[in-house]
Write a protein that binds this ligand. Structure first.
Ligand code: UD1
Length: 443
C-alpha cells in the first residue's frame, strides 16, 4: 500500500505555467528567511526548554528539518508560521543519512549535538548540483574546540574526549568565511568552557540572527555580523518564546527583480534594507528607483540597462540571487558580465534561459549576457532552487507561456510563490502534468 504523496513527490509531477507580459501591482509579502529558520531550529537542540520561533516559512526544507529533529527526539509542534521545539529528551545524536542527504543544512546539527551531548555522528551531506559543498571548515572548527573528529563510512563522528562532555574554547581562524562553518562553531562553542573567537567569520545576516537567538537563550556572543565573533561559553541555555525569524532577503530580492523585469512599480515588504545593500545598488544602477522606509521598499523600474555582477560573501552580491539577476539582465539594454565566485557549477540556468531566446556566452565561471528585446515562453527546468526562481522571473517577462518544471527545488525555498505572484497580478498556475487535458486559464 502506498502512503500519501509528499509535497516533494507531488512537485515532481507538477509544473508552473506562467503567461508573460502581465504588469504586476500592489505589495509582495516576504516570508521568514529559509536559511535562518533552518539553523535556528537546530539551535533548539542546545536546551531542554521550549524554543518558540515565529515567522517560519512554509517550505519543504522546513518540513525536512522537522523530520530530522523529530528523529533525534525533539518534540515539534507547528501552527501557522509558529513552531515550538523542545529537546528535553534527546534520543539520538545520529540523524539518518536519508534525511541529511536531502537537506544539506541538517549537517549543521553537528554543532549543537556535540555542544549539548558531547557526541554526534552526522552523515556527510555530499555535494549538490551547484558545487562540491565541502565541510572541511566545520570539522576544523570542531577539532579546535577539542573534539575528536573522524570521517568514516560516510559519516562525521565527533566526540568530546574524557568524562566531561564539555568542549573547550579556542581561537579559530576560518580559511574561508563559510556560513555553515561559522554557524556550526557558534553553536558548538556556546556551551564550551572559556572564550572562543572566530576570525574570518561569515558576516551573513543569518549568522547574526542565530547569534541573536542564542543570546536570547542566555548565550554571551558579541561581534556577529562582523568578521570576528567572540563567544563566552555558558553552563546552560534556556528556552525562548516568540523569537521572530528575519525576513528572507533572497525572496525579497527575487520579488524586486520580478517588479523590475515586468516594468511594474511595486512594494516589497517586510525587508531589512541593510541585508540587501549590494542588490539594491545594482537595481538602482540598472535603472530602478527605490524608495526605502522602515517596513519595506517601493520599486519603480525604468528602462533596464545592463550592469555587471560578481558574487561574493556578504556584504557582497549574494550567489543566491545570481540566477534571478541574470534573468533580469537577459532583457536589459547592453552587455552584462556576471561572474560566479562562490560555486563552481552554478551557471546551469544559462542553457534554460537560452531556450527562451536569451543571448548568453560562457567563459569559465563568467556569463556574458547580451540583452535581447524580449524572451519567448518555452518549457524549461529549474536545475536548483534559485535557478527555478530565475525561470519563473524570465517567464513573467516572456512572450507567451513558459512551463517551469523542477518544482521540488522551488518549493524548498519559496513559500507559495505562485499564490503571492498571482495576488500581484501575474498569470501563473501550478499544473499537474498528468492532467494536461484539464488545463485551464493560463494556456
Ligand atoms: C549557505 C546558504 C546558501 C548560500 C551559501 C553562500 C544555508 C542553509 N545555505 O550555504 O544558500 O548559497 O551559504 O552564501 O545557509 N567552503 C569551503 N570549505 C568549507 C565550507 C565551505 O571551501 O568547509 C566554500 C564552499 O565551497 C563555497 C563557499 O565556501 O564555495 C561558501 O559556502 P558556505 O558559506 O559554507 O555555504 P553554506 O553554509 O553551505
Amino acid at each position: 500500500m502506498t502512503g500519501p504523496a509528499t509535497a516533494s513527490q507531488n512537485s515532481l509531477k507538477e509544473r508552473l505555467a506562467v503567461r508573460g507580459g502581465q504588469a504586476l501591482s500592489g505589495t509582495l509579502k516576504v516570508s521568514g528567511a529559509k536559511n535562518s529558520a533552518l539553523v535556528l531550529m537546530t539551535a533548539s537542540l542546545l536546551t531542554s526548554d521550549v524554543v518558540e520561533l515565529c515567522n517560519v516559512p512554509e517550505l519543504t526544507d522546513i518540513a525536512g528539518m522537522v523530520d530530522i529533529l523529530r528523529c533525534l527526539g525533539v518534540r515539534v509542534e507547528r501552527s501557522g508560521d509558529r513552531i515550538q521545539l523542545q529537546a528535553d529528551s534527546l534520543s539520538s545524536a545520529e540523524p539518518p543519512y536519508e534525511l541529511v542527504n536531502s537537506l544539506r543544512a541538517s549537517f549543521f546539527s553537528i554543532g549543537p549535538l556535540l555542544g549539548r551531548l558531547g557526541q554526534a555522528k552526522v552523515p556527510l551531506p555530499g555535494g549538490c548540483r551547484i558545487g562540491a559543498r565541502p565541510v572541511v571548515e566545520h570539522i576544523r572548527g570542531l577539532k579546535a574546540l577539542g573534539a575528536h573528529v573522524s570521517v568514516e563510512h560516510g559519516s562525521v563522528n565527533a566526540a568530546v574526549p574524557g568524562t566531561q562532555p564539555r568542549l573547550r574554547a579556542a581561537p579559530i581562524i576560518l580559511d574561508c568565511p563559510s556560513v555553515g562553518a561559522t554557524e556550526t562553531v557558534l553553536m558548538a562553542a556556546v556551551l564550551a568552557r572559556g572564550t572562543t573567537t572566530i576570525e574570518n567569520a561569515a558576516q551573513e545576516p543569518e549568522v547574526q540572527d542565530l547569534a541573536q537567538l542564542l543570546n536570547a537563550m542566555g548565550a554571551d556572543i558579541t561581534g556577529a555580523g562582523g568578521p570576528v565573533i567572540t563567544i563566552r561559553g555558558v553552563e546552560r541555555l534556556h528556552g525562548v518564546r516568540n523569537y521572530s525569524v528575519i525576513p528572507d532577503r533572497i525572496e525579497a530580492g527575487t520579488f524586486l527583480i520580478a517588479a523590475a523585469i515586468t516594468g511594474s512599480p511595486m512594494r516589497v515588504e517586510p525587508v531589512i534594507p541593510e541585508h540587501l545593500n549590494a542588490v539594491l545598488q545594482k537595481l538602482r544602477d540598472c535603472g530602478c528607483r527605490l524608495e526605502i522606509d522602515d517596513a519595506g521598499i517601493m520599486i519603480t523600474p525604468g528602462q533596464l540597462q545592463a550592469v555587471d555582477i560578481t558574487t561574493q560573501p556578504f556584504p557582497g552580491f549574494p550567489t543566491d540571487l545570481q540566477a534571478p539577476f541574470m534573468a533580469l539582465m537577459t532583457v536589459a539594454q547592453g552587455t552584462s558580465v556576471i561572474s560566479e565566485k562562490i560555486y563552481e557549477n552554478r551557471l546551469q540556468h544559462i542553457a534554460e534561459l537560452q531556450r527562451m531566446g536569451a543571448s548568453i556566452r560562457v567563459e569559465g565561471s563568467t556569463a556574458i549576457v547580451e540583452g535581447v528585446p524580449q524572451l519567448s515562453g518555452a518549457p524549461v527546468t529549474g536545475s536548483d532552487l534559485r535557478a527555478s526562481a530565475a525561470m519563473v522571473l524570465a517567464g513573467l517577462a516572456a512572450k507567451g507561456v513558459t512551463h517551469v518544471s523542477g518544482l521540488s527545488h522551488l518549493d524548498r525555498g519559496y513559500d507559495n510563490i505562485e499564490r503571492k505572484l498571482s495576488s500581484a497580478g501575474a498569470v501563473i498556475e501550478r499544473q499537474d502534468i498528468r492532467l494536461t487535458d484539464k488545463i485551464k486559464k493560463v494556456e
